[in-house]
Design a binder for this molecule. Structure first.
Ligand code: GLN
Length: 484
C-alpha cells in the first residue's frame, strides 16, 4: 500500500502510471484529510463532487493510456481568485461572496487540460491584499507548522495563505497562488514550501480577479522544485485574451536538471542586508552562499541601490491600480448589493462600505489619493519613475551575475494577531519580495533551513526575464544540500 501522505506530484504521477493506486483513491484520501483539518480554514469553497468526477475521468484515461495530460489525476487546490466556471469565486471578499463566474481563467483551464483535479478554492487575503491571511472575509488561515517553543497558532503568510497551508498540511499535492508583491514567495517561505513567481507575462491573467494589473502573476506553490517545474509548465501559455501575455515559447522546464551551477555567477545584493534583518535569517543566507560556493559557483557582491525605495513605490503603484480595478464592484454587476433604495449613489456607497474590508478600503483610499489631481505627479508619476530605476538596477546587476540570491522575508512565520496594529509593520514583510515584482522578474522561494524554533527560513532566487529554468536549477541545489 502506498503511503499517500509521503507523495508529491512527481511520485504520484509514477504511482498512477504504474497503477499502484487510482486517482479516485488519491482524491478520496485528500478529501478525508481536508475534513480532518477543517480547523486550518484553508478553503472557501470545497469541490469534492467535482473532484471525484475529474478523478474518475483521469482514471479512465490512465487505463486506456490515451490522451494523458502531464498532471493527469493529480489533486490540487486553487487560490480563490482564479475564476472557475460555475464555481463560486470570492477573492476572499464579502463583495464577491455570491459571485459565480460563467467563464474559466486561462491558468485554471490549462491545469484542467493537463488532467489536474480540483479539490477546492483556497482562502486568501481579501483581493490578495495582505501578508498574513488575516484580511479574508472568510476568516484567518492557520499555518500547520508550529514553533517548538510555544503552542500559538501561526500565520501561513499571505496573500496565498490557504494555498500554502493546504500544501504544507498535506491536503493536496500542489496549489496555485498569485503574486503581486510576494504573495506566492512569502507564504511558501512561512510554510516550508517552494513558491515560484514567473516573469511578468508568462502566465495569462485572464480570469484572475485583478489587484494590480502591472504586477499580478500566477504561479505554483509545491512541495518540491521538480513539482514546481511541472505545475508551471502546465500553467503557462500565450493568451490573446491578456494583452500583456508573452508570446515567448517556454522551454521544457524539467531541463533545469541538466544545467550546471559550476561557474554560475551568483549575485548577492548588499542592500538586502537590512538593519533589522533577523540574525538567523542572515545565517541562512550565508549558508546558501556557502552551498553555491561548494559547487563552484562564483559569488559576486552586487548593488541594487534603489532597494530602499521599492516598498514605498510598491505601496503607491499597487493601491493606485487597485483603486481603478476595484471600481467595478458597485453592487450592480457583481456579487453583494446593499439594501439601499433611496438613490443610485447611496447604493454604490453602501455596497462598497459594507462589501469591502478594512485593509481593502485603506488601499482604495491610498490609491484614489495618489491618482487624484494635484497629487498624481507627486506620488503616482514619481513612483513610476522610481520603478524604472529599480528595474534598471536589476538590468545592470545582471550584466555581472546570472542569478541573485537573497532571503525571502525579513522574518519567519509569526503568531496570528501580531503586526496588526500598525499597517506599515505588516507591509515590511514584503520588503525583500517587491523589488523583483516591480521589475517583472522571475523569483522563487525555497526553504533553506529551520530556525531555533524549528520554523522554516526561505531563500529567494531572482532570475533574468524568462529564465525560470535557471532559478529552478539554483533552487534544486538548495533542495539537495539543505538536508531536511
Ligand atoms: N503582501 C503584499 C500586499 O499586501 C503583496 C500581496 C500580493 O502579492 N498579492 O500587497
Amino acid at each position: 500500500m502506498t503511503d499517500f501522505s509521503k507523495l508529491n506530484i512527481t511520485s504520484a504521477l509514477l504511482g498512477l502510471k504504474n497503477k499502484d493506486f487510482k486517482s479516485v483513491e488519491l482524491t478520496e484520501y485528500f478529501i478525508n484529510q481536508i475534513n480532518k483539518k477543517e480547523n486550518l480554514n484553508c478553503f472557501i469553497t470545497k469541490t469534492f463532487d467535482k473532484a471525484i468526477d475529474m478523478a474518475k475521468k483521469s482514471d479512465e484515461k490512465i487505463i486506456k493510456n490515451r490522451e494523458l495530460g502531464s498532471l493527469e489525476g493529480i489533486p490540487i487546490t486553487m487560490k480563490d481568485l482564479f475564476c472557475t466556471k460555475d464555481i463560486r469565486t470570492t477573492a476572499g471578499s464579502k463583495i464577491l461572496d455570491s459571485f459565480i463566474p460563467f467563464y474559466e481563467s486561462t491558468v485554471s483551464q490549462n491545469l484542467w487540460n493537463s488532467g489536474a483535479v480540483l479539490l477546492g478554492k483556497t482562502n486568501m487575503d481579501e483581493f490578495a491584499m495582505g501578508s498574513a491571511n488575516t484580511t479574508s472575509f472568510f476568516g484567518n488561515v492557520i499555518n500547520p507548522l508550529k514553533s517548538k517553543n510555544n503552542d500559538k497558532d501561526l500565520v501561513p503568510g499571505g496573500s496565498s495563505g490557504g494555498s500554502a497551508s493546504s500544501v504544507a498540511a498535506g491536503l493536496c499535492l500542489a496549489a496555485t497562488g498569485s503574486d503581486t508583491g510576494g504573495s506566492i514567495r512569502q507564504p511558501a517561505s512561512f510554510c516550508g514550501l517552494v513558491g515560484l513567481k514567473p516573469t511578468y507575462g508568462r502566465c495569462s491573467r485572464f480570469g484572475m480577479v485583478a489587484f494590480a494589473s502591472s504586477l499580478d502573476q500566477a504561479g505554483p506553490i509545491t512541495l518540491t522544485v521538480e513539482d514546481s517545474a511541472r505545475m508551471l509548465q502546465s500553467m503557462v501559455s500565450y493568451d490573446s485574451k491578456d494583452s500583456t501575455s508573452s508570446k515567448k515559447e517556454i522551454e521544457n522546464l524539467l531541463d533545469y536538471k541538466k544545467s550546471d551551477l559550476k561557474g554560475k555567477r551568483v549575485g548577492v545584493p548588499k542592500e538586502y542586508l537590512l538593519d533589522g534583518l533577523n540574525p538567523e535569517i542572515k545565517k541562512a543566507w550565508d549558508l546558501g552562499i556557502s552551498w553555491f560556493k561548494s559547487v563552484g559557483s562564483e559569488i559576486i557582491e552586487i548593488s541594487l541601490p534603489n532597494t530602499e525605495s521599492a516598498l514605498p513605490t510598491y505601496y503607491i503603484i499597487a493601491p493606485a491600480e487597485a483603486s481603478a480595478n476595484l471600481a467595478r464592484y458597485d453592487g450592480i454587476r457583481y456579487g453583494f448589493r446593499a439594501e439601499e433604495k433611496s438613490d443610485l449613489t447611496r447604493l454604490y456607497e453602501e455596497t462598497r462600505a459594507q462589501g469591502f474590508g478594512k485593509e481593502v478600503k485603506r488601499r482604495l483610499m491610498i490609491g484614489t489619493y495618489v491618482l487624484s489631481a494635484g497629487y498624481y505627479d507627486a506620488y503616482y508619476l514619481k513612483a513610476l519613475k522610481v520603478r524604472k530605476l529599480i528595474s534598471d538596477d536589476f538590468s545592470k546587476a545582471f550584466e555581472r551575475c546570472d542569478i541573485i540570491l537573497t532571503p525571502t522575508t525579513p522574518n519567519v512565520a509569526f503568531p496570528i494577531g501580531e503586526k496588526q496594529t500598525d499597517p506599515i509593520e505588516m507591509y515590511l514583510n514584503d520588503v525583500l519580495t517587491v523589488p523583483a515584482s516591480l521589475a517583472g522578474l522571475p523569483a522563487i522561494s525555497i526553504s533553506a533551513c529551520l530556525n531555533s524554533d524549528s520554523l522554516p527560513i526561505g531563500l529567494q532566487i531572482i532570475g533574468k526575464p524568462f529564465e525560470e529554468s535557471s532559478i529552478l536549477s539554483a533552487a534544486s541545489l538548495i533542495e539537495d544540500l539543505r538536508g531536511f
